[in-house]
Design a protein around this ligand. Structure first.
Ligand SMILES: Cc1ncc(COP(=O)(O)O)c(C=O)c1O
Length: 419
């Protein structure tokens, strides 16, 4: 079968790579809670189990069992760097993105003062607002909010340009919001802000599971995402450009400051979770060779292969999400964000005119469809969008590439039945 699926994702192959589907619970569930955390690819699970079974020791040392544990962790870190097309020294592995943003904001004390301005967006997850708000409180810098449109939830470049000035030290923005789903103009922000000496820090948590980020092309100063949403273990990955990292206040033990990959590592996360990242490389590699053939471009780097296979994944998800959007267009629902797929991710947040979001979530759950409700830590955005009961919040239907057309039909049937 390999090499026969260049133009579309082979969904049967994909699902066969996720052991969860062999379990009764996942097998009966149409899973649309992917923005909360995805299922784990088989090769990741294998590496995780191997580390815990064989090498669960303090890694790095003279004895073989210690040395081999360290090698597996190095392989996990290197694979993540290869998947992203960046150097392993530019990667910090933290317990989560929330932790990485907090660490980054502390490190940025070195580059802000009471005259500085820090721009955050109203669209962001609180992880990428609160850390900067606290930095501003500590340093006396001014926090500037890039407002979201109250109707569409979107960010406009025009309003960004009005906020940007010579005092802007840092812009923190989401690549795509976990509620609105629109892909934000990060490249344009970089080209406007960088000439002013400003640093651009991107939250890719909601983007990376849908379209693997292209960091060499985008060239942000920092880029963060969470691997428990990209089919792997529970970690936060933070890319930091070398010159930016060097300008920051190290957040590690003083004797580790000479190790670039440790400078922003405030607390080393689970060793096995790091080692298991190597399995994500195996998954992308196997998917690439299944779809594009084992001889076709087999010399391509893991970064190039991942970009190719991620494009197929994205196209598959987008097609399914378009099926959802078209199927709900006549129901009394408000979609927060675009009601079409152009320029957006397959992550739909909506409210109903006739039911609470909790009632929708319960109705779906009764049919073994997983889709949560609430504010998903984007509380400020929901308030701006005029959603009165933010605890009830929105119903969020977030896709992964392993969803299939039947999953979408089940959601459509359930939403039509309740309305
Ligand atoms: C857009 C976005 N940013 C940041 C975060 C925080 O990530 P973590 O859970 O790894 O701290 C999340 C988590 O859901 C998110 O959706």
């Amino acid at each position: 079968m390999s090499g026969t699926h260049k133009n579309h994702l082979d969904i049967e192959f994909v699902r066969s790579c996720f052991p969860a589907f062999e379990e009764p619970l996942a097998a009966k569930t149409a899973f649309f809670e992917n923005a909360g955390g995805s299922y784990v690819a088989g090769p990741v699970l294998e590496k995780l189990m191997h580390f815990y079974r064989v090498n669960k020791v303090q890694p790095y040392g003279e004895c073989e069992i210690l040395r081999v544990a360290g090698e597996q962790m190095d392989a996990g870190r290197q694979t993540m760097a290869d998947l992203l097309g960046v150097a392993s020294n530019n990667i910090t592995l933290g317990a989560s993105t929330t932790q990485n943003f907090n660490t980054m904001a502390y490190a940025c004390s070195a580059i802000v003062n009471k005259h500085s301005e820090v721009i955050v967006t109203e669209q962001d997850h609180e992880a990428n607002i609160g850390a900067w708000e606290r930095l501003c409180r500590r340093s006396g810098a001014k926090l500037v909010i890039w407002p979201a449109d109250p109707v569409t939830g979107e960010l406009s470049l025009e309003s960004f340009e009005q906020l940007l000035n010579k005092n802007t030290a840092i812009v923190c923005m989401t690549h795509s919001s976990n509620i609105v789903g629109t892909i934000n103009p990060v490249a344009e922000v970089i080209s406007l802000a960088r000439p002013l000496g400003c640093r651009i820090i991107v939250d890719g948590v909601s983007f990376a599971p849908h379209q693997w980020p292209d960091i060499p092309q985008l060239q942000p100063d920092a880029y963060c995402f969470s691997t428990y949403k990209t089919y792997a273990t529970h970690l936060g990955v933070m890319y930091t450009a070398t010159d930016f990292a060097q300008s920051l206040d190290p957040q590690c033990h003083y004797f580790n400051e000479g190790y670039p990959q440790k400078r922003l590592d405030g607390a080393g996360p689970d060793h096995a979770a790091i080692a298991a990242l190597d399995g994500l490389g195996d998954y992308f590699n196997a998917s690439y060779h299944h779809h594009f053939g084992s001889t076709d471009n087999s010399d391509n780097s893991l970064y190039e292969k991942t970009q190719s296979i991620a494009a197929l994944m994205h196209a598959h998800e987008s097609e399914l999400c378009a099926q959802l959007l078209s199927g709900i267009k006549d129901l009394p629902l408000r979609i927060i964000g675009r009601n079409r797929m152009e320029g957006r991710e397959a992550n739909i947040a909506l409210t109903s005119e006739t039911h609470t979001s909790q009632a929708l979530s319960k109705a779906l759950a009764a049919k073994d469809i997983a889709a949560g409700h609430g504010h998903f830590y984007a509380l400020r955005l929901l308030e701006k969008a005029g959603i009165k009961d933010t605890e009830d919040g929105v119903l969020r239907i977030s896709f992964s590439h392993y969803n299939n057309a039947r999953d979408v039909e089940r959601v459509l049937e359930a939403l039509a039945a309740i309305h």
